[in-house]
Design a protein around this ligand. Sequence first.
Ligand code: ZN
Length: 347
Amino acid sequence: MNNNVYPWQRNLLRQLISARAQLPNALLLQGKDGIGKHRFASVLSQALLCDAPMASGEPCGQCTSCGWFMAGGHPDFRLLAPEAQDESTEPAGAAADQGKPADKKASKYIIVAQVRELADFVNLTTHRNGPRIILIHPAEAMNAQAANALLKTLEEPPAGTLFILVSHQPQRLLPTVRSRCRKVNAPSPDRKEAMLWLHEQGLADAGSFLAQSGYAPLAALQLSDADHQAKRSQVFAQLAAPRAMDPLALAEQGEKLGLAWMLQWLQQWVYDLASLGLTGQARYQAEPSPETVRLAKTVSLIELFKFQHELSAAQRTLQHPLNPRLVLEQLLLSYWQTANRQESAHV
Ligand SMILES: [Zn+2]
């Protein structure tokens, strides 16, 4: 349990705590994955319940209320999360549909029974005369039934109740739920701030991981795992040498690595090829290999953009179980054709 927010979140916390008397009944904290939204929402909840929050907006960590909160048993606080909350190293949106043998009983959704259990909670008087807080994370994990049940409560919120919805895919929420919430954009650190924080976490050479994560430092920390890096480099090395690459063998390998990771890597790869071709700069690779730079010079941008569309379409179906091997085979064959059809062939 951590009473502090990340450095890039301090201003927002101070603002929200100083405006605590004017907070609406529902906040939607939205922002990309890997920037610490969950920690922020948790510290905000604790601070709103705290008897004497500090000038920084952070909870005191000393009072009875903080004691309860830190022990995970504050009577005026509820956390709604999927039973099978996946804190592992899956990229955003990967959910649990990687064909792994998951626990069948644990749902990856927030289900209606969980929302209904709130009814008693929100209708009781609070234990400490303070607010009553319900943290929903990640809010997009609510299935349709759960979201509809929540909507009823959001329409007539009991006094003193605050819902904090946390989401990195707010577009997946019911529009009617979204419209009942005041949107709060979760801050991202700038590069310097992120590098400093990663350095403090013991990651000396963080530039490359930060780039891979799309500048989301928590995600960068997870990505720094040596085994993960080795797998990514291996895939990139094959993509960089399209003449030697065997699309079907790579699809087989990719299925084992996970469809979600493969799609994310392919997207980053294609983005970098286009970007290197256009501007000479890569975004997701701190130091692109000489092979990568050479390929970027010869590959057709038009073909690359066509492939990018194909990738995005595959990404959109990631939520629904598919045959990952087939998806990868199709994509990698398509990439193989794209990368081998070089600009010079057209002239
Ligand atoms: Zn306190």
